[in-house]
Design a protein. Structure first.
Length: 730
């Protein structure tokens, strides 16, 4: 279907566009911008699309800050040019009132990735308190979880149209790299080297190119809405999408715009302290090397050097030529001199797969896991290092800890670079929370990830660096054992239900059964849980691991590694779980059978996840066929997801419903974003900034709302705390 995109160049054209849009009930909206990390965003323009008739689509683009190159020679630089704003463009101040009225008029506003577009609107000064949203990215994720949800992949797969990529016509932004000395020769002699950033300069794109690009964005977003709306209603998920997920998009957007206040001075001290600890651990590792190599340093972060030290493995320097199908000696210097792009092309023709072992150079005699990769080296990932440590290699345990500390140092240093100095004098981190980032429905976090911060290890108290603004407090509320309670709800296991209804401790019950603990007579289930916590904390911790590992399909080996216990003991605990909670395992068997038959599962709120691999029959392939082995792997993975998705997905749905209800309550009270601000969400945990003298009131109200979200066969419990920093509030 052809559509025409008009360019809005004058105030009269903008007024005429608003009059035409006033007659529409549904329209799509998309923004173009240069993103240097929120709130450092430059708005370039926005596009709108609407439909007059069945196949009569129209779109318009309103440029705001596009530039053109002006030749302005300087005395010593006659070729000098400048980029100046095109004068005929409408200013943001002029379009703001009309855009604000349009967004809050009750029309259905269709966006693709609404969180990004809403932030741009707010940067423009357009508030959207009464906006009605339809996010096609969330609709795509809800309908088919396991696919790409970007606008361009969806347009290609559904309509067969390949959209233009921004990288094809938007130039890169360069900045001076002041971390290195000035250049001593060349055209930029005496100046710093230019380094490419990840930002595309949309403002410098030609008007014809951006007109087609922005018009396509709005047009295909509208067409996706037409198809997705019908499918959501057919799958009976439209109410879930409209009444829950779209309101949560607004909550998440407000949470992203609030950000998290950090203590930069504490973070800098933390990095220095952890760096000193890394140096000590490195020295211990180097001193564990045998013979003449004792004390000699090597790079613990290098996979090739770890392969030599641990396994005595050296990847060969010969390269395999795929076209000629033989090994060829290629000079390393030739490969080292190639650029990154050239190396990618080079590796399509050549690959290093062979490895040589040198037992005399092997220092710690570790047995590698799996096959070597393309580089010829064996994997020395964090998981493999933990397995080596479990096998008794003490040096691998130290290496694993060094890698963990190095990762944490890099993460904190990244936060310090990303932190934004705000108008209120605070330094804040503005992360992204993605609803479509996981298959189960949990929110994921990125740029930076605020959900993987260590919480329990007292050696790394990094949560103390996240502080509340002046005059405010942290309020942290989270669900208690919600996934295990959902397992009891779905399975109807009598023992689980009895323990939860008596306010007992499920982990203590498992520990008593697995280790045959002799408890005092006459104790209630509540007192029994307290007794186990006090007298047998290690056994309870191991029982807790098996309770949660059951949901994720972990085996005895994983339990042994996580708990650092002998494999026979892990096997014994693992075998006791079905005897302790038989109803739960009957339900798991039922879910595997249901998924194999139907190819999908649903959560508590009827959210559907397709699992086509569950219907694979591995015995369709002859014995010994590699495809049969792969079919077994794919089917077993689908069976694990058939158990995990209803539990973890339902927990995600409940926390999303709690977020919506909390937002509704405080908006009705007139307090939302005035005295209470959402700042973070970590799976089943909600974090807020609240006015200090009312913190207890806010905490009790939020916990009360969370408890009443959904009625299960067992009581739903939530707990929380108040503090000046995140560690104290958790």
């Amino acid at each position: 279907m052809a559509h025409h995109t008009r360019l809005i160049k004058s105030a009269r054209e903008w007024r005429d566009l608003l009059v035409e849009l006033d007659e529409q009930h549904v329209l799509s909206f998309d923004t173009e911008y240069e993103n240097r990390g929120y709130p450092r965003v430059k708005v370039c323009g926005f596009s709108i699309a609407w439909r007059r008739g069945r196949n009569d689509f129209h779109s318009a683009y309103v440029p705001l800050n596009h530039t053109q190159e002006i030749h302005t020679p300087l005395p010593n630089r006659p070729e000098h040019t400048e980029w100046r704003r095109i004068e005929w463009q409408l200013p943001v101040e002029y379009v703001r009132p009309g855009l604000k009225k349009l967004m809050n008029s009750g029309k259905l506003i269709v966006m693709h990735n609404a969180q990004a577009d809403l932030k741009i609107l707010h940067i423009m000064g357009v508030e959207t308190p009464r906006i009605r949203l339809f996010d096609t990215m969330i609709a795509s994720w809800l309908l088919i979880t396991d696919r790409e949800h970007g606008l361009k992949p969806l347009t290609r797969d559904i309509f067969g149209y390949v959209m233009t990529e921004l990288v094809q016509f938007a130039p890169d932004e360069y900045f001076e790299d002041r971390s290195k000395p000035r250049l001593k020769s060349g055209k930029r002699k005496g100046l710093y080297r230019l380094k490419k950033s990840k930002v595309r300069l949309v403002t410098r794109v030609g008007m014809d190119d951006i007109l087609k690009y922005a018009g396509d964005d709005a047009y295909y977003t509208l067409r996706l809405y037409i198809g997705f709306r019908k499918k959501l209603k057919r799958e009976k998920m439209y109410r879930l999408f409209n009444e829950l997920l779209m309101e949560d998009v607004l909550y998440i957007n407000e949470m992203e715009e609030t950000g998290m206040v950090i203590d930069r001075a504490y973070m800098k001290k933390f990095v220095k302290r952890l760096s000193r600890r890394i140096t000590k651990y490195n020295t211990r590792i180097f001193n564990m090397r045998p013979g003449k190599m004792r004390g000699v340093e090597f790079n613990i972060g290098s996979g090739a050097q770890l392969n030599l030290v641990l396994f005595g493995c050296v990847a060969e320097t010969d390269w395999y030529h795929h076209d000629r199908k033989k090994w060829l000696p290629v000079a390393p210097a030739r490969y080292d001199k190639l650029s990154t792009e050239r190396r990618k092309i080079f590796r399509k023709k050549f690959s290093r797969k062979r490895a040589e072992f040198h037992p005399e150079r092997c220092e710690f005699h570790v047995e590698p896991i799996g096959d070597p990769g393309k580089s010829g080296n064996y994997s020395v990932s964090a998981d493999n290092l933990k397995k080596f440590a479990f096998d008794g290699h003490r040096v691998c345990k130290l290496m694993s800890e060094v890698n963990g500390m190095s990762h944490l140092v890099g993460m904190v240093e990244g936060w310090l670079k990303r932190a934004v100095h705000c108008k209120d004098g605070t330094w804040r981190l503005f992360g992204r929370f993605n609803m479509h980032g996981t298959r189960t429905g949990r929110l994921s976090s990125s740029d930076p990830n605020l959900q993987n911060i260590p919480t329990r290890d007292p050696r790394y108290p990094i949560r103390m660096a996240f502080i509340a603004p002046r005059g405010m407090k942290f309020v942290d509320a989270d669900y208690s054992q919600i996934e295990l309670k959902l397992l009891a709800h779905f399975s109807g296991d009598k023992r689980m239900i009895r323990v939860f209804k008596a306010d007992g401790d499920l982990h203590s019950e498992m520990a008593i059964q697995a280790y045959k603990l002799k408890r005092p007579k006459g104790l209630s289930l509540l007192e029994q849980g307290k007794w186990v916590k006090k007298n047998h904390p290690e056994q309870r911790a191991r029982a807790k691991t098996i309770n949660f590992a059951t949901i994720y399909g972990a085996g005895p080996v994983t339990l042994a590694i996580k708990n650092d216990i002998p494999l026979p003991e892990a096997k014994h605990i693992h075998s006791e779980h079905p005897r302790t909670f038989p109803g739960a395992h009957r339900w798991m068997k039922h879910m595997r059978q249901f998924c194999t038959k139907h190819g999908f599962v649903r959560t508590l709120f009827k959210r559907k996840r397709l699992l086509p691999n569950a219907k694979i029959n591995p015995y369709d392939y002859p014995r010994g066929d590699p495809r049969q082995r792969q079919a077994f792997i794919d089917q077993s993975a689908a069976h694990r997801r058939a158990i995990n998705t209803p539990i973890q997905g339902s927990a995600a749905d409940m926390i999303l419903l709690a977020m919506r209800n909390i937002r509704r309550h405080w908006k009705k009270e007139g307090e939302w974003l005035k005295t209470i601000f959402p700042t973070c969400q970590v799976h089943d945990e909600l974090v807020f900034y609240v006015v200090g003298d009312r913190a207890q009131e806010y905490l009790e109200t939020n916990i009360s709302i969370m408890k009443r979200v959904y009625k299960l066969v067992v009581p739903v419990d939530a707990e929380g705390n108040i503090g000046n920093n995140w560690k104290d509030a958790k």
